[in-house]
Design a protein around this ligand. Structure first.
Ligand code: ADP
Length: 192
């Protein structure tokens, strides 16, 4: 089965996607990870997206749709988990078309609901922990970029909640609960 994890930055999409990969042999398609990979590889595309990503704004639909398109042709094992994609209505429409062309379905959209203050604390806390551990924080895990990321979420991505509600298949899960509880709630949706 193919699913989307929808939610603001810091909602725990990546963590939950990791659990699903482990427990259900699903394939995680994180456009954020793909873009960071491109950035660190120094590829042409990486150079184009670096500044936009660091600012917290969204990269173009064309780029991310291209990245997803490539991956959809690969093995999907227990199904795809779309993590951080789609983030705009255009991306959502493109995903529907791409899945249809591959003879695939979209089986669930799970919204992780988390309050804004918690998001800010989680992300800035994650950055501080990374630095304390001797590493470096993500270039966009700072107060300034975070503001832009939240704004991008509310302006461009949150309309997808209504879109998928209307389309059918949307379930909201309390992302404030502890990780294991969130994991169980997601499992319940997938096993329903
Ligand atoms: P988070 O959910 O914590 O904000 P991600 O790792 O999903 O982080 O994304 C990091 C950045 O990568 C985004 O702020 C954006 O610049 C870019 N990005 C990721 N996915 C998309 C997408 N689907 N469309 C446009 N930009 C994206």
């Amino acid at each position: 089965m193919n699913i989307i994890l929808l939610g603001p930055p810091g909602a725990g999409k990546g963590t939950q996607a990791g659990f699903l990969v482990e427990s259900r042999d699903m394939v995680q398609l994180s456009t954020g990870d793909m873009l960071r990979e491109a950035k660190s590889s120094g590829s042409e595309m990486g150079k184009i997206v670096a500044e936009v990503m660091d600012s917290g704004a969204l990269v173009t639909d064309e780029i991310v749709i291209g990245l997803i398109k490539e991956k959809l042709q690969g093995d999907n094992k227990g199904g795809f988990i779309f993590d951080g994609f789609p983030r705009t209505l255009e991306q959502a429409d493109a995903l529907a078309q791409l899945l249809e062309a591959e003879g695939q379905t979209l089986d669930a959209v799970i919204e992780l609901k988390v309050e804004d203050e918690v998001l800010v604390d989680r992300i800035l806390g994650r950055a501080a922990d990374a630095v304390a551990a001797g590493g470096t924080a993500r270039a966009d895990d700072n107060a300034e970029s975070l503001k832009t990321r939240l704004m991008a979420y509310y302006k461009q991505t949150s309309p997808l909640i209504g879109y998928y509600y209307a389309k059918g298949g949307l379930t909201s899960v309390d992302g404030l609960a502890d990780m294991a509880t969130v994991q169980k709630s997601i499992a319940a949706v997938l096993d329903a």
